[in-house]
Write a protein that binds this ligand. Sequence first.
Ligand SMILES: [Zn+2]
Length: 415
Amino acid sequence: MKQQIKFCKKCLYSEFHPLGITFDKNGICSGCQIHEEKNNIDWGDKYEKLKSIVNKYKNRNKTNYDCIVPITGSGDSYFILYIVKKLGLNPLLVTYNKYFNTEIGIKNLSNLRIKFDCDIVYQNINPISVKKITKYTFSEFGNIYWPILAGQTVFPVQMAIKYKIPLIIWGAHQGIEQVGMFSYHHEVEMTRRYRHDHDLFGYEDNQLINLSNDLNDSDLWQYKYPSDEEISKNGIRGIYLNNYIRWDPLMQHLEMVNKFDYLSTNFARTFDTFDYSDCFNYMNLHDYLKLCKHGYSKVTDHASREIRFKRLSRDQAIYLVKQYELVPPLHVDLFAKWAGMKPKGVDFIINQHRNKSFWRERDVNDWIFKGLSSKLKIEKNVKKNDIVNFKHFFLKTFNEKNEKKYITFGKGFDN
Ligand SMILES: [Zn+2]
């Protein structure tokens, strides 16, 4: 790794952000620049614009739903639905069964359907194919989330076509929130391109079939994005609420906890208690693989977000990142069991995906981290009390003892 890595002067992102990032002449990253728009936009006007967009899709004779809302058992699902209902829409909820479900995630899903009084469609792809694909993308790309991201981004579009409900309402566009890929003024909508480049890191279903001897059409056809012709014939569009509402995940989550009993959880690898609480692996094995490959992990995303909202100083953020990012992932044994692998086999694959720019092998299987945060220095003393108070902010936490077992639903299998 070259000696001088360019970091944003404000947040903790570097020039190596996988979504792509640019810096202005003052060394401020594109994500921080676009974040500033949040403080200058007239969000009242934007909300009126949102109302006028969705009004066109209201089903006046009540014989169909007004829109599709993709949801999970965590993240922004409650807040999206809260807004959708406030807009007077009757949504059809769709959710993709990721198989790594936690008890909290399933409880959140069922509570949400009751609190918001909604119909829901679940997609349960057969577990044999899901395991095959997961094992393949894990071993080839160090990614256990391909089927989940592919499923979550394609199933809503398929349902929109099948049920003839042209409007899909998503929460935040990650490219805007993290790296300022677009201005909020552009009001970008869902595209096949963004899914391909970022959600699927450049690999569509047919490319996996071509690359792997083991995977075929019967495993992957459900992950195929509808054709442009089908999308335009049905007038399908997907809008992002963060273009119309000042997006602040922490404040939104706290509001949802208070209003609708939304449940969160403690994580080993970050201070945030809301993101991906529905999954055993996202904040663990998946996040650790991100650290192996990209030299930073989710806690850097959370810390950078909190710097931008001025709830953390840069030094406090660096302190928190260093505290969390090297914590070993939990539940790897559970993943190994589910995938039919030996824990040592999982470790072997993890080690194969350590980027040598960010890791040094001191001895056989003894790795030293020299990733991005190792170049960040804390300038001023960080007060422990401030950190404790800050973390306490997130701990509106559901403390029930979670059984350590993937909670399955849908058809048959208990694994
Ligand atoms: Zn920045």
